[in-house]
Design a protein. Structure first.
Length: 398
């Protein structure tokens, strides 16, 4: 296995770096640097810039408007993006439902949905979980009953990230109660403006409104918005979860966090010296960096497998477990580095236009919300306990 980059790959990396440096709007990168929530119009603005460059969808094939890059190029691109303060990709359209639509959708669905995912015009959310169906997703109860050429959908979805600002949702619904639970599920694309959809905010521990409890009452969905066959939705849902888990490995994001941690620890004092010169703290940072480097090489091994045409299977769960644990470890160390200054919880400081003096250094304000939100990383995308079960069964054969 050859893990070194070719000269062409290195030239490509220079090209990406130069482009981002030149084109990333300064106000967006400043907001990312400050740890402010990046709102929808700003993310759309950056997506549009990438779209105009032809780089909107690094993972998509050329025929659907993607770059057609191989796994190595995609990795280099993500890396180069993370070196700058670029906003994180919102996964639901580009990384999740887009690939599902071009793989299993009809021509009409491809034509209708893919262009607006690419240019960022339409935002998606994911309607899988329900109050009684999380890890045990197949027990979902939201019902869709065929009435002429429409399904009528009734039920409740929860933890719906971005449902309050999304234009469309991809949703799992129960279309049959016969046989095994998995065999009665269908996959629908639903316009969030349809009468009867009511997203209600759930405020998370970091103080943000990221997700929602969404009620569906007699929501009429054209049957042509079903992906694939009726009652075969479980297969599409699983395909999409594989994509989700791969994208949660978060090497780029963790590298960004490691750099931030080192820079904060370089500013903070311990016995009059920089905290980075404190041997016991520096050892913890080094340990986290070793973990991250080994995780990065694990990620590269997966890419090499993919590049060699070998499909990735259940082992992708390893990436999700390690990636999220490392992300949490880095946020914990950042809180430790800040000491008392991690404690003030002034969310207003992270809003645009705040001009009051901050308690402690300016860089401290975003760290506690980020630490708190990172607790969720080992839950979403399928909890890490469930990922361990998958590895035990499917990889180790236990
Ligand atoms: C920040 C965030 C964003 C999310 N966004 C979305 C979204 O946009 N769309 C969406 O559909 N869902 C979303 N989710 C929901 C997420 O997928 C579920 O929270 C997750 O699948 C776990 O389900 P649950 O919360 O019902 O917990 P449960 O399934 O009730 O699990 C509770 C605990 O029991 C453990 N457990 C359960 N079963 C087993 C088992 N068999 N073996 C060992 N341990 C087990 C779990 O690991 C967990 O620790 C989001 C969640 C979070 C936290």
């Amino acid at each position: 296995m050859d893990l070194a980059f070719s000269d062409d790959d290195l030239a490509f990396r220079d090209e990406v770096r130069a482009f981002v440096k030149e084109n990333l709007p300064a106000d967006i990168s400043e907001s990312v640097r400050q740890g402010r929530a990046i709102d929808k119009p700003d993310i759309q603005r950056w997506q549009r810039i990438l779209f105009d460059q032809g780089w909107a969808a690094p993972g998509w094939p050329v025929e659907y408007g993607g770059t057609g890059w191989n796994a190595t190029r995609r990795y280099i691109f993500d890396e180069a993006m993370s070196e700058f303060d670029t906003p994180e990709t919102v996964p639901f359209g580009l990384l999740m439902v887009g690939p599902l639509i071009y793989t299993f959708g009809t021509d009409a669905q491809k034509e209708r949905f893919l262009p607006k995912i690419l240019n960022g015009e339409e935002w998606w959310c994911q309607g899988y979980s329900e109050p009684g169906a999380g890890s045990d997703l197949a027990s979902l109860q939201t019902k869709a009953v065929l009435d002429g050429d429409h399904y009528v959908v009734n039920g409740t979805k929860t933890w719906n990230s971005s449902a309050h600002i999304a234009d469309w949702t991809f949703t799992l619904v129960r279309t049959s109660s016969e046989g095994k639970q998995q065999e009665g599920i269908s996959f629908l694309l639903i316009d969030m403006k349809t009468p009867g959809i009511d997203p209600n905010p759930i405020v998370s521990i970091d103080g943000g409104h990221h997700f929602n409890m969404t009620y569906y009452t007699d929501v009429r969905v054209p049957a042509e918005n079903r992906i694939g066959e009726e009652n075969k939705g479980w297969a599409y849902a699983k395909y999409l979860l594989g994509h989700e888990r791969q994208s949660i490995s978060e090497v780029g994001l963790s590298k960004q966090r490691l750099r931030r941690l080192k820079s904060i620890a370089g500013e903070e004092r311990s016995d009059g010296e920089s905290l980075m010169d404190d041997k016991s703290f520096a050892k913890k940072v080094a340990e986290a960096e070793v973990q991250l480097t080994s995780h990065e090489y694990l990620n590269l091994r997966f890419l090499a497998e993919e590049a060699a045409g070998r499909p990735i299977g259940a082992e992708v769960s390893l990436l999700k477990i390690r990636g999220t644990e490392i992300r949490q470890q880095l946020t914990e160390l950042t809180i430790e580095a800040l000491g008392y200054y991690a404690a003030p919880f002034e969310l207003e400081q992270l809003t645009e236009g705040w001009n009051e003096p901050s308690i402690g250094p300016e860089y401290a304000a975003a760290q506690m919300p980020q630490y708190l939100f990172s607790r969720a990383a080992t839950i979403y995308g399928g909890s890490n306990e469930i990922q361990r079960n998958i590895i035990a069964k499917m990889v180790l054969g236990l």
